[in-house]
Design a protein around this ligand. Structure first.
Ligand code: IMP
Length: 427
C-alpha cells in the first residue's frame, strides 16, 4: 500500500510553528486536510515579508493546494467566510475547487461562544471561540452539522430553534440577556447560501485521492499536551489533537500512513491555564517571549494573549512521541535561544523524591512534577542566516543532537526564523 499520508502534529501545548512546517511540506503535497479543532488555532506563515494567518483553512492554501476541512472540526461559518475574504484581499483565491468543507463537521453558533465565555473561559483560559460547547453539543447528539446548510431555509429554522433553546438556559441559569434568535438565524442562512458549493463528502474524496496515489498531508492543530484524552486534563481543548484524531476527524483508515512529524519548539510555551513544569517567569520568560509585534514573538495568533514560556521539556516531548507514534521531529525557533549563555533542557521530572522520566497515569496533575535539568552551553552567534546544519555554531548543533539523543527520534528539520528559507532539512 502506498504510504502517501503524512501527518504533522504539535508535540507540545500548541503554537509550535506547525503552520510553517505544513507550508514547507505542502510543496510536495496534493491535498492538505485539517482534522480537528476550529478557529481556536492560529497558524502564522511568512512569505517574502508578507504575513498570512489562518485559523480554519489549512496552511496548504498558500501554495494553492486542495484544502479540506474534516468532519472532526467545529466551524463558525462567519469566521470561515471572513477568512476566505481575507485571503482574497491578499491575492489568494479560495473557492470550491481548492477548499472543501466536510458535511459532517459541526457548526459553532453565538450560543456556543456565549456558553464558552460564561462557563469555562475564566477557569480554563479557553480561546473563547465556542470550541468546548460545540464539541459538547456533538457528544450530546444535539449539534448542528454542516450538512444542514445544504438546505438553507431548514438550516435557518434549526439555528433559530437552537438559539431559542439556549436562551432559556442563559436567562434562567446565568441571568444574561437572550440572544436575538431571528437575527442569528438569518445571518447563518446567508452564510449557508455562500458556503453551499464548498460542502462535500471529504471522507469519500480523500479515500479516492489516497487510493489513486495522491500525496495527502494531515495538518494538526493545537498540541498533544492539550489533547482531550492525553493532555493535562482538564486544562485541555475539547478535541483529539493526537494521531487518532486524523482518522476519525477525516473519515479515513490508517493503511496509507507514512511519516508522523512532531513539531517542537526549541523551548516550551503555553497559553491559558494549567500546569507547565518548566515555566519561567520575569526577565527569563520575557526574553523568550520577545517583543510584541515582532515576527515570531510569543503572543497568541488567535487571541493576542502573552504565551507562558519555559525551558524545553523533553519528558513531555517523550510522552508526546509515545502517544502519537512520532517518527521524526521538526524543530522550530532555534534562533530564539541565540545569545543565551546557558540553556537548560528538562530531561526528566522528580516526583516524591525520585526521578521519573516516564509519564503514566500519574500525569493527572502535572503540577506536582518538578523538572530535572541538564545545562547546555549556549551560543553567541546569530543563527538566522543558517541554511544547513553546517552553518550552525557547534553549541547549537550540540543542542539539536542532544534532543535527538535524549528522545531517540531524529530531528529532520530546523527553523531559524519566520521566513520560508529559514527552515532547512538536516538529513
Ligand atoms: P479552547 O480550545 O478554546 O477550548 O481552549 C482550551 C485550552 O486550549 C486553552 O488553554 C487554550 O489556550 C488552549 N488552546 C486552544 N487552541 C490552542 C492553540 O491553537 N494553541 C495553543 N493553545 C490553544
Amino acid at each position: 500500500m502506498t504510504k502517501n499520508l503524512d501527518v504533522i502534529l504539535g508535540a507540545q501545548w500548541g503554537d509550535e510553528g506547525k503552520g510553517r512546517v505544513v507550508d514547507a511540506a505542502s510543496e510536495e503535497a496534493d491535498v492538505v486536510a485539517r482534522f480537528g479543532g476550529g478557529a481556536n488555532a492560529g497558524h502564522t506563515i511568512w512569505v517574502g515579508g508578507k504575513k498570512y494567518v489562518t485559523h480554519l483553512i489549512p496552511s496548504g492554501i498558500i501554495r494553492d493546494k486542495i484544502c479540506m476541512l474534516g468532519n472532526g472540526m467545529v466551524i463558525d461559518p462567519r469566521t470561515l467566510l471572513q477568512e476566505i475574504q481575507e485571503f482574497a484581499s491578499q491575492g489568494l483565491v479560495v473557492w470550491p475547487k481548492n477548499l472543501l468543507l466536510s458535511s459532517g463537521a459541526h457548526i459553532i453558533t453565538p450560543a456556543h461562544i456565549l456558553l464558552d465565555k460564561i462557563a469555562s473561559q475564566g477557569k480554563l483560559g479557553t480561546t473563547g471561540r465556542g470550541i468546548g460547547p460545540a464539541y459538547e453539543a456533538k457528544a450530546r447528539r444535539v449539534g448542528l452539522r454542516v450538512m444542514l446548510m445544504k438546505n438553507p431555509p431548514a438550516f435557518r429554522e434549526a439555528v433559530r430553534k437552537h438559539i431559542s433553546d439556549c436562551n432559556e438556559f442563559f436567562v434562567r441559569m446565568h441571568g444574561v440577556d437572550a440572544l436575538d434568535a431571528d437575527a442569528i438565524a438569518q445571518e447563518y442562512f446567508e452564510c449557508a447560501e455562500h458556503l453551499l458549493p464548498y460542502i462535500k463528502d471529504v471522507s469519500r474524496l480523500l479515500y479516492g485521492y489516497l487510493r489513486s496515489g495522491f500525496k495527502v498531508l494531515a495538518e494538526g492543530a493545537q498540541g498533544a499536551l492539550i489533547d482531550v484524552d492525553h493532555g493535562t486534563y482538564p486544562f485541555v481543548t475539547s478535541s483529539t489533537t493526537t494521531i487518532g484524531g486524523v482518522f476519525s476527524g477525516l473519515g479515513i483508515g490508517a493503511e496509507h500512513l507514512g511519516r508522523v512529524i512532531g513539531v517542537v519548539k526549541a523551548f516550551q510555551t503555553r497559553v491559558g491555564n494549567g500546569p507547565m513544569p518548566t515555566e519561567l517567569f520575569g526577565e527569563q520568560a520575557a526574553r523568550l517571549r520577545g517583543v510584541k509585534g515582532d515576527p515570531g514573538s510569543e503572543y497568541g495568533a488567535t487571541t493576542g494573549r502573552d504565551r507562558r514560556c519555559g525551558w524545553l521539556d523533553l519528558a513531555a516531548l517523550q510522552y508526546a512521541i509515545r502517544v502519537n507514534g512520532i517518527s521524526e521531529l521538526a524543530l522550530t525557533k532555534l534562533d530564539v535561544l541565540s545569545s543565551l549563555k546557558n540553556i537548560k533542557i528538562c530531561t526528566a521530572y522528580e516526583l516524591n523524591g525520585s526521578s521519573c522520566s516516564v509519564i503514566s497515569d500519574g500525569a493527572d496533575d502535572w503540577g506536582i512534577f518538578r523538572p530535572l535539568y541538564e545545562d547546555v552551553v549556549g551560543w553567541d552567534t546569530d543563527v538566522s542566516q543558517a541554511r544547513s546544519l553546517r552553518d550552525l555554531p557547534g553549541a547549537a548543533r550540540f543542542y539539536v543532537g542532544r534532543i535527538e539523543q535524549l528522545v531517540g527520534v531524529r530531528v529532520r528539520s530546523v527553523s531559524v526564523g519566520p521566513e520560508r528559507e529559514q527552515m532547512f532539512s538536516i538529513y
